[in-house]
Design a binder for this molecule. Structure first.
Ligand code: ATP
Ligand code: MG
Length: 438
């Protein structure tokens, strides 16, 4: 496929000279000024490279480049500057030009530079593509996981994100509820809008209402000026209501109204404020039990729970442990973990889930004196969960067998559940059991 490039220069001769020289190799378009160039770029998104003079009547080349890049971030830009204006050239590079060429133009140089810029952009988009593919395979938006349980979470995120539906994320502490809330926002049509996180436990109860809804000047002692609340701040974006179980009952009534009517009033005001927000809530408590105990409004519970997302504890998806460990090893300085130590980490129950794992890996990286984290570097409390049969000095097969049997026992012999927990396919677990003669 020939790349399409756009040449912008107010001097007709220069423009046509370059166009002729390059037309053998590229599909060349031309424009006489920035305004005409923008029109072409707007209607033709397949243009890969912009070659523009800096000094032109009307908008200059740098202004054109900024506007063009804002419209099409993948566009390569080469600027043409008059001989000697090095300062201008440096400024142009800082502003995002891929390259600059001084006039008079040397055609061989021009072609080389164009190839170089196009190649750099091709590589960049290839890397992006590969990263997206990897993300697709082992995670999504920074959420890591390849186990069936996490694949299900990713599917739900993908389905829920583009809708405006309210989502309730439930899961034990440290399982990534906030990460998932952010992913929902990032993958939604609201991604350019704000993401506002509210942690109820962290706000003093008597300030909660004004924090959420804002207040008018003089609404209460200390309200010296009008202030907008978190709901208003989240307009056209997503509000993340974290630890929703901790929301006082009075505020629950008001939240219900926001959910039903998409409107509220600032404290000390009769004026109704309309808002356009997506609500994502999270809790690590059993919210249904809170409803039963009268601590959480039932009507609010059902309003919030339109999309019911449950995040699995890490011990339900031990197959993801190596992925997570390796990811954090990279983050904390590139050490490795010995196979035996990894087996211990996989067998551990992780009551604090991914947060605990992340902290543990960081600590082991700091404390281990060699480049490889070994069994001795694993904290003792993480060795206790390991079944007695799992001797760390045993062969790989023995360890694997012990692990599979231990998990099978935990789930009451249910093979599908065991496979899911281990992060392997059902076919694999059946094959393994057959190998062990079971
Ligand atoms: N699947 C995951 N992949 C990568 N990192 C994760 C994953 N799950 C959690 N984390 C990391 O673990 C830490 C805790 O995650 P997060 O704050 O989202 O948990 P949470 O469910 O909101 O916990 P809590 O209920 O305690 O607020 C963060 O550093 C987050 O980046
Ligand atoms: Mg959280």
């Amino acid at each position: 496929m020939t790349d399409r490039i756009l040449i912008v220069d107010d001097e007709k001769d220069t423009r046509e000279f370059m166009a002729r020289a390059l037309s053998g190799k590229y599909e060349v378009l031309t424009a006489a000024d920035a305004e005409l160039a923008m029109k072409q770029l707007d209607t033709d998104r397949s243009i890969r490279l912009l070659l523009s003079d800096v000094r032109m009547p009307g908008e200059d080349g740098i202004t054109l480049m900024k506007a063009a890049k804002a419209m099409n971030p993948g566009l390569a830009v080469i600027l043409l500057t008059a001989f000697g204006s090095i300062d201008q050239a440096v400024a142009a590079m800082k502003d995002g030009a891929d390259d600059f060429i001084t006039k008079p133009v040397d055609l061989d140089q021009l072609e080389l530079r164009i190839e170089k810029a196009l190649k750099a952009h091709r590589l960049e988009s290839e890397v992006k593509h590969l990263k997206a593919q990897l993300d697709e395979k082992y995670g999504m938006n920074g959420i890591i996981g390849n186990s069936p349980a996490m694949q299900k979470v990713f599917r739900m995120i993908r389905q829920a994100a583009p809708t405006d539906a309210t989502v309730l994320i439930q899961g034990p502490s440290g399982t990534g509820k906030e990460l998932v809330a952010r992913a929902i926002h990032n993958l939604s049509n609201r991604s350019k809008g704000p993401f506002v996180a509210v942690e109820f436990a962290a706000i003093s109860p008597n300030l909660l209402e004004s924090e959420m809804f804002g207040h008018e000047k003089g609404a209460f002692t200390g309200a010296v000026s009008r202030r907008i609340g978190r709901f208003e701040a989240a307009n056209h974006g997503t509000i993340f209501l974290d630890e929703i179980s901790e929301m006082p009952l009075e505020l629950q009534v008001k939240l219900l109204r926001v959910l039903q009517e998409r409107e509220f009033q600032r404290v000390g005001s009769n004026e109704t404020v309309k808002c356009d927000i997506r609500i994502v809530a999270a809790t690590n408590r059993d919210l249904a039990a809170y409803v039963k105990d009268g601590k959480f409004r039932e009507d609010l519970y059902y309003r919030l729970n339109v999309i019911d997302m449950r995040l699995p504890a890490l011990k339900e998806r031990t197959g993801d442990v190596p992925l997570l460990v390796n990811r954090y090893l990279r983050e904390f300085g590139g050490k490795s973990v010995s196979p035996d130590a990894m087996r211990l980490l996989e067998a551990y129950q992780w009551p604090g889930n991914v947060r605990e794992l992340r902290n543990a890996v960081e600590k082991m990286c700091v404390l281990s004196s060699s480049g490889e984290i070994g069994v001795d570097d694993v904290p003792d409390e993480m060795k206790r969960d390991v079944p007695m049969t799992l001797s760390v000095s045993g062969t790989l097969e023995e360890t694997e067998k012990a692990k599979i049997l231990a998990v099978l026992e935990e789930v009451g012999g249910n093979r599908t559940k065991a496979a899911e927990r281990l992060g392997i396919s059902r076919r694999t677990i059946y094959r393994k059991l057959e190998e062990y003669g079971l």
